[in-house]
Design a protein around this ligand. Structure first.
Ligand SMILES: *Cc1c(COP(=O)(O)O)cnc(C)c1O
Length: 221
């Protein structure tokens, strides 16, 4: 099937409120343009160098999401244009994004990445750590970041009950944080969870932003 058809099929099956981030990491610009020409303009990358190159070469009305682990010293390269940083996994990183946002005179949308999987290889904050960050005095001085929600990755397992449990836990934490820290902030509203193998479960458990790569562009090497 073509890239355009794959996107069309996934979109037709997603509820209309769910945003599809087409994860184009490792894929050539031609593949992205196939999706773009079919009307899809939201893409996710996980390497700073690749994202910058694609941003420079591709149409400027593309919405670029950074979905991977972001090193502090590389924030400056994407700060001028990135639409949403999905995986903020430390207070330090958040402060650096704020600094780079200030330099560029733009407010950068960020999600806090929560660790929900059983594997300890994946990055992410605990619920307690997120609450500590949001309760800190310093947070209110970060005027150049917009914390717009949470992101999580479930365990890579065939045990779908486990995956469902993790997504449900993420949603319950999202709801608690919304209630306790952002009751009046309408744009704390993004729950980014679900990939090619588990996005349907993620949506059933409250996700409104899915990050799908291989199902659209084919397997990666
Ligand atoms: C690669 C990646 C995805 C997409 O994975 P697929 O299984 O190809 O859909 C989603 N989220 C993150 C953080 C990724 O690194």
């Amino acid at each position: 099937m073509s890239i355009a058809r794959n996107i069309e099929k996934i979109k037709s099956e997603l509820p209309s409120y769910v945003k599809l981030v087409a994860v184009s990491k490792t894929k050539p610009e031609e593949d992205i343009m196939q999706a773009y020409n079919a009307g899809h303009k939201i893409f996710g990358e996980n390497k700073v160098q690749d994202l910058v190159k694609k941003y420079e070469n591709l149409p400027k009305d593309t919405e670029w999401h950074f979905i991977g682990h972001l090193q502090s010293n590389k924030v400056k390269y994407i700060a001028p244009f990135v639409y949403l940083i999905h995986a903020v996994d430390s207070f330090k990183l958040l402060k650096i994004i704020n600094k780079e946002g200030k330099k560029n005179n733009r407010i950068i949308n960020c999600l806090l990445q929560m660790h929900i999987a059983k594997e300890d290889t994946k990055f992410g904050l605990s619920f307690e750590e997120i609450k500590d960050i949001l309760s800190s005095e310093e947070i209110s001085s970060l005027n150049y970041v917009n914390i717009s929600g949470l992101m999580g990755m479930a365990t890579n397992t065939k045990d779908l009950q486990q995956v469902r449990k993790e997504f449900a836990y993420l949603k319950s934490c999202f709801d608690d944080i919304k209630k306790d820290f952002f009751p009046d902030k309408d744009d704390f509203n993004v729950l980014s969870s679900g990939m090619s193998g588990d996005y349907k479960i993620a949506v059933e458990e409250g996700s409104n932003t899915v990050r799908i790569g291989s199902l659209i562009f084919g397997a990666r090497n």
